[in-house]
Design a binder for this molecule. Structure first.
Ligand SMILES: *Cc1c(COP(=O)(O)O)cnc(C)c1O
Length: 371
């Protein structure tokens, strides 16, 4: 007798490793490892969450009707083509299960969000990575990697962990170059943070195309990662597919009610965006002034930055990570993304980033250890 075995490929998945949240022996830590909202959720969202405690025996609205209507009004979309999920991760994975399988290819850029390859493998498909240029997705390289087996192209825009983005024109060029039977998924998890004029989240393209889906999340600017709430905006046919394969109550009632309140609190969202821009730009400037040590920082439009460290043993990414941890600061190592020389640093509150910069300054000014 042999034990049950999963489908081929499942055990080849390297499980997703989430950002660490604690350091042994340290009670006060600064967590800059998971791109969570530095300011926490809107107080109005927290109130809505608390108010739901007495309703926990009720099944949630399986159609997420109120939230979908509110999202449609807020962003100018067609509510019937919005599908909500337990995080946008659920939407990404349902798309893989529905549109790709054994023998199919799922394309993403080299340093694209790790869940694309994981979800592709889970569905039995083969993830394919196209090279990037300057840590940015490269439309020509993506198009060159399309084969007759390609079923889905995932583009995080802006991308996590690099923080870089493609302009609306470049996204349009990518779409134009794809065969009509290939699904283009624009993962706009960080769209609300972007202030650049040439950026678009992709919803307008969804309205014109039959093969484009845009995904969004409440985990980042709305700081509700713990509740698991995301959504996709789809052509009608694809919304129909997702509504067939998702669980009937895939989004819990607390997430729905809290999401509705968070979306309405636009003053809070605006505050978070403005503070993030200010604190991120300050942090990047401060880090670049350490540039004579060989530190590089990408131009990020998100709520995190990718920092490339020098390669010498005393100052490399591993040494930096250890140094920061010893000072109570958790960032994210990037080996899993093929960026072993980098750490990703989420943008925290100003006081947290002042401490981070201070500790980084000390890291670079410690005496060199004799080789
Ligand atoms: C965080 C993140 C997500 C997932 O968000 P959830 O809604 O919490 O599942 C998706 N895509 C990218 C690029 C992310 O960084």
């Amino acid at each position: 007798m042999s034990a049950p075995e999963p489908r081929p490929g499942i055990l080849d998945i390297a499980p997703y490793v989430s950002g660490e949240s604690g350091i042994a022996g340290k009670s006060r830590i600064i967590k800059l490892s998971s791109n969570e909202g530095a300011f926490g959720p809107s107080p109005k969202a927290m109130e809505a969450y608390m108010a739901l405690a007495g309703e926990l025996h009720r099944y949630p609205d399986g159609g997420a009707n109120e939230l979908r209507q509110d999202l449609a009004a807020h962003y100018g979309l067609d509510a019937s083509r919005i599908v909500c999920g337990a995080g946008s991760d659920e939407i990404l994975s349902l798309l893989c299960y529905s549109f790709a399988g054994p023998g199919d290819e799922v394309l993403h850029s080299a340093h694209g969000f790790l869940m694309y390859a994981i979800s592709a493998r889970a569905a039995g498909a083969t993830p394919v990575a196209a090279p990037e240029t300057n840590l940015t997705a490269d439309v020509d390289a993506l198009l060159a990697a399309v084969t007759d087996k390609t079923r889905i192209v995932f583009l995080a825009n802006p991308n996590n962990p690099t923080g870089t983005y493609l302009s609306n024109t470049e996204v349009e060029r990518l779409w134009q170059g794809l065969p009509e039977n290939v699904l283009l998924v624009l993962d706009a998890a960080y769209a609300e943070f972007v202030t650049n004029d040439d950026y678009a989240s992709g919803s307008e393209l969804v309205d014109r195309a039959k093969n484009v889906v845009m995904t969004r999340t409440f985990s980042k600017i709305h700081a509700l990662g713990g509740l698991r709430l995301g959504w996709g905006y789809c052509p009608a046919g694809i919304a129909g597919v997702l509504n067939r394969v998702r669980g009937p109550f895939n989004v819990n009632g607390a997430a729905l009610a809290t999401g509705v309140a968070a979306l309405k609190d636009t003053a809070f969202t605006d505050m978070v965006r403005d503070e993030n821009t200010k604190i991120r730009d300050w942090t990047v400037n401060e880090l670049r002034s350490l540039g004579n040590h060989g530190v590089q920082v990408t131009d990020s439009v998100g709520n995190f930055i990718l920092v490339t460290l020098p390669t010498d043993r005393e100052r490399n990414a591993e040494a930096c990570d250890v140094w920061l941890k010893n000072h109570g600061i958790i960032v994210r190592r990037m080996g899993g993304y093929g960026l072993a020389d980098c750490v990703r640093v989420s943008i925290g509150r100003m006081d947290e980033m002042r401490t981070f910069i201070h500790v980084m300054g000390e890291f670079f000014s410690q005496p060199e250890v004799a080789k």
